[in-house]
Design a binder for this molecule. Sequence first.
Ligand code: T4K
Length: 370
Amino acid sequence: MTSRDPIYVTRPYLPSLDAFIPYLKNIWQSKILTNSGPYHQQLEQRLCKHLGVEYISLFTNGTIALLTAIQALGLSGEVITTPYSFVATSHSLLWNGLQPVFVDIDPSTFNLDPSKIEGAITRDTTAILPVHCYGNPCDVEAISQIASRHNLRVVYDAAHAFGVNYRGTSLLSHGDLSILSFHATKVFNTFEGGAIVCHDKETKHRIDQLKNFGFVDEVTVSDVGINGKMSEINAAFGLLELSSIEEALAEREKIDAQYRSGLAGINGLTIYRRISDARPNFSYFPVLVDNSYPISRDDLYNKLKEQDIYARRYFYPLISEFPMYRTLSSAREENLPRATQVARQILCLPIYSGLSSSDVHRIISLIRDV
Ligand code: T4K
């Protein structure tokens, strides 16, 4: 890449094409294209080992994984969630006929603020759906205590949290279920893809049925399942990608360090602080642009865009501002002051393996020289 090519917020990590050809040949030879074929099974096993979890079920994308995770728990009524996420998080509740109840975020982690959860619980609440935003762990201990006190289920949207460890164990071991996204823009991608992580064999079995239309056997359908199966091509690509994921993460780590030192001390620019005790995955590089920076967040976004640098305002607008949510009483701005403020100030800078250090330097200089 030359320094004048456009720079996007992210680019997929692609291992060598030549290395992928043998996988394609095997698929052509076996004629098994989908429905839990050999690559699908291998990837589930390899991911369990890599992520340090016991059961994983692959999906066609993170959104269908989320829909199915919620369906698998048989929830009803209201589910407490964050407005500061990608819209798929709340959409998964509407698809299941559930009512999202938005709770404000912690301004330092941008994750659901546990101290605000209990105030939002009603007799109709059945679950909590938090997001490990940017791969930064939620306060899993506090959320678990609240859930046990009120007999609630917890589904973590861990779309950003591939490979994140917290206090020595996989972040995905928390909650009843966690979902992952393997979309092209994610740290680990299978073009499109996703997964549900669960903790026992029976649940995995049920999730596998739900993602296969609800079939129990050839002649029995137990639930209104969906087609959420990952194809053999996606699974094969995942296997190849997994073999070099550590190098890809190391590249991201370097970029993260370069931004942190290059952007330190700029008035009006706050670098996102990661939780200690966690092994991060460097999936995003968010900064907050406040009033003491010489120009607004949107002007900075446009200024970078003029230079063909496409930063993104993840997550602006808040989910609670979209038409299908804004009439909910929990969507009122007064209920979500911190999320509202963060959404107005957030800017995610480009980070991906293959982004050169001279490009990162150029981005830093543009931001510094405003
Ligand atoms: N929960 C959370 C918390 C999520 O963030 C997401 C997805 C989900 C659930 C749902 O998971 P999935 O169903 O998607 O598996 C992107 C992604 O589409 C989405 O996966 C992601 N979150 C979200 C945060 O970002 P867009 O609309 O911003 O993507 P797009 O197409 O503008 O891509 C961003 C940049 O990436 C482009 O400017 C260029 C680069 N790019 C993108 C693609 C697709 C490439 O270089 N190659 C590509 O193939 O939503």
